[in-house]
Design a protein. Structure first.
Lengths: 338, 339
């Protein structure tokens, strides 16, 4: 069903030429996800050629675990971007939840179980705070979340400064070491894929999902068609905040430590995964499947580069270039198909 | 949300008045911060802290002049911090490795490197139609990565930075310490930007494009060229800011130079009254915005607030500025309730 809304002309300001909508443009939505899947396969082949240890299940799981928090944020970001908005505050929110939770437990003596609940609540509340400015005051999400990106990380910095907190109870630590009994599959992996499945169903198989696409395709038309645009935006930002909070707790558990500079720059990596996965940054099209594929592509690429001793900074430069290239290629494919 | 009509004629009274109102708002905020801080801590108003505030401004203001153009045309450039880093490191390496590399050449080279990177951003946005936030987010990491590659991760220490360059930030005309030469450099650049925006066709096209992109195109504005110019101009200024960084701090470090500067610049532009909806903003307002951020920064230090508060305060300041901007616009004009 959502194919229909995907191909409506979008966005004021983006381009004034109203291109004719032909049946061939229906083919286009399939493209980016397929391209990414092929690239992923190619990256696997290249990686295994670079190092004989590359195609080792244990090694691959260990490497993929480094990207599960980014992946969880990217799932929320997928929905946000399809709705025509942007959330730059996700990594800042992650750091805030990671630090506030640790602070509450270590300094204020709040039991860890309660801290976890508070952390998730705080993440969701921070997301709702963004949502309030975007949905109720109708401010551009880019400007709002740019501000809260600084605010949330700033709160983490005020609490912890340059210190780090390590006083976590034993049971909380090492989520990445837990596996599903009888399999080599680590718990964060399952959480990520489970969330991807749930959000995929919501996005692609529910009325709410239809509203998200409608909002991103043409917000005004969606409003006049009776979509509760305000509520949809509020829910989306709250969801994105909640997922950031969850990712923050997982990162504390995985790294065994809370620091204010946790996840620095991860909003970029999450958005890269989303856009690389074929979601249109202007909204209206995209899929959870594409984001999941793109996330694994980035993980495999960076693992491959790591195996080949490429420096971290150069890896980031490659990811940045990849982001721009992904949009360029999909623009090019889109244009040629018309 | 295009509220202000495209000022095709230079003497557009509505625009004039609004510009003044916006700049005035920033001025009032500035006065509140300065007077409020002085009331709590009289030490605030002394030559030394005024000097700190003024020294804080140039690096910010020079990039803000470009960033405001980009935001006026409804774009965004978050790659400026990395352009500062790359252009700064490139010039720093030349100061270190090329004997006889003069400051004048440094000005030219840093500006040209910035121009090239900005032109690349502009090309991708204007011609290849890649959204600005994607292009410049990509640039943010790609240019930073290039900076590390170029410098091999090493810092340029102060003994390699020409003394003459450092003096730009230390003394002013007639040996005045409080108002160093960099202030005059930035005032010159601000004047140039003001003239472009105010008295050239290009400047009017920038406002027209920001007010209503479709109408601007229909009126014959060369949208691609205007867009390209805004990003290239911003890049060139950010490149030059790389040199100013060396002048101000006396060292260049691939992991420090310009990191996070994009956020501060955007904060200064937005609290300087440039509308996030595009189409309006003025040079005096943005200069006041830079001054306001500088004043807040020094006020925090004087009041003994830990440096760790800085980031959160910026966040709150941007949020307040953006909200006030929107409420102000809604007060002046009836805005469509739909979207």
């Amino acid at each position: 069903m959502h194919m229909v809304s995907r191909r409506l002309p979008v966005k004021q300001g983006a381009s004034a030429d109203s291109r004719p909508v032909s049946w061939t443009s229906q083919l286009r939505p399939v493209m980016p996800e397929i391209v990414v899947a092929w690239l992923l396969l190619a990256a696997f082949v290249a990686g295994s050629l670079l190092s004989p240890y590359f195609l080792d299940a244990d090694f691959l799981f260990r490497q993929a675990l480094l990207y599960m928090e980014i992946g969880i944020m990217a799932l929320g970001a997928t929905l946000i971007i399809i709705s025509g908005n942007l959330d730059l505050s996700i990594a800042g929110n992650l750091a805030m939840v990671a630090c506030v939770t640790a602070y509450a437990h270590a300094q204020l003596g709040v039991p860890m179980e309660l801290c976890l609940a508070l952390g998730l609540l705080l993440g969701a509340a921070a997301g709702a705070f963004n949502g309030f400015f975007v949905a109720v005051l109708r401010l551009p999400s880019l400007a709002v979340t740019l501000a809260t990106m600084a605010l949330y990380r700033g709160i983490a910095q005020i609490l912890l400064g340059d210190h780090s907190i390590q006083d976590f109870p034993k049971w909380f630590l090492g989520i990445d070491r837990r596996v599903i009994p009888g399999t080599p599959i680590p718990a964060p992996f399952l959480i990520f894929l489970g969330l991807a499945l749930v959000l995929g169903l919501i996005l692609h198989r529910s009325v709410f999902g239809r509203w998200v696409y409608a909002l991103g395709t043409n917000a005004r038309a969606a409003y006049y068609a009776g979509v509760p645009t305000r509520r949809v935006k509020l829910i989306l930002f709250t969801l994105s905040g909640f997922l950031s909070g969850l990712a923050g707790l997982m990162l504390d558990s995985r790294l065994l430590v809370a620091r204010y500079d946790h996840a620095n720059g991860w909003e970029l990596e999450a958005i890269t995964a989303v856009v690389l996965g074929g979601t249109a940054i202007a909204g209206g099209r995209g899929s959870i499947f594409g984001t999941v594929m793109a996330l694994f592509l980035i993980a495999v690429l960076r693992t491959g580069m790591g195996v080949a001793n490429v420096k971290v900074e150069s890896q980031l430069a490659v990811v940045g270039t990849l982001l721009v290239a992904a949009v360029l290629i999909s623009n090019f494919l889109g244009r040629r198909r018309r | 949300m295009a509220v202000i009509a495209a000022p095709v004629k230079p003497a557009n009274r509505v625009l004039d008045r609004l510009t003044q109102v916006r700049a005035l708002r920033t001025l009032i905020l500035l006065l509140i911060v300065v007077l409020g801080t002085t009331a709590i801590e009289p030490r605030y108003l002394n030559p030394n802290s005024i000097r700190s505030i003024l020294l804080w401004v140039p690096l910010l203001a020079v990039i803000a002049m470009g960033e405001m153009m980009v935001i006026i045309i409804r774009g965004i450039d978050v790659s400026v911090g990395s352009i500062v880093g790359l252009a700064g490191m490139a010039v720093g390496l030349m100061f270190r490795d090329t004997p006889g590399f003069s400051i004048a050449l440094g000005v030219v080279v840093s500006t040209l490197i910035g121009l090239a990177l900005g032109a690349l951003n502009g090309f991708l946005v204007a011609k290849a139609k890649v959204p600005a936030v994607i292009v410049t987010l990509g640039g943010l990491t790609a240019y930073r990565g290039a900076t590390f590659l170029l410098s091999n991760g090493s810092q340029i220490d102060n003994n390699y930075i020409p003394k003459g360059l450092v003096r730009w930030s230390q003394v002013g005309p007639f040996g005045i310490r409080e108002v160093p030469w960099v202030i005059f450099i930035i005032l010159g650049i601000a004047l140039l930007t003001w003239l472009i925006l105010r008295y050239t066709r290009l400047g009017h096209h920038i406002y027209a494009l920001g007010s209503n992109p479709d109408a601007a195109r229909l009126r014959g504005v060369n949208v691609d060229r205007v867009t390209w110019f805004a990003y290239a101009f911003t890049g060139a200024l950010a490149g030059f800011a790389g040199l100013l960084y060396a002048s101000r701090f006396g060292f260049l470090n691939p992991g420090q130079t310009g990191v996070g500067l994009e956020l501060t610049v955007i904060a200064a532009v937005v609290i300087g009254g440039v509308s996030v909806y595009g189409g309006s903003g003025s040079v005096p307002g943005v200069l006041l915005g830079c001054l306001l951020l500088g004043a807040i920064n020094v006020a925090l230090a004087v009041l003994g607030v830990a440096g760790t508060w800085q980031l959160a305060v910026y966040g709150v300041v941007i949020l307040i500025a953006v909200t006030a901007d929107s409420l102000l616009q809604r007060g002046l004009h009836r805005v469509d309730r739909s979207e």
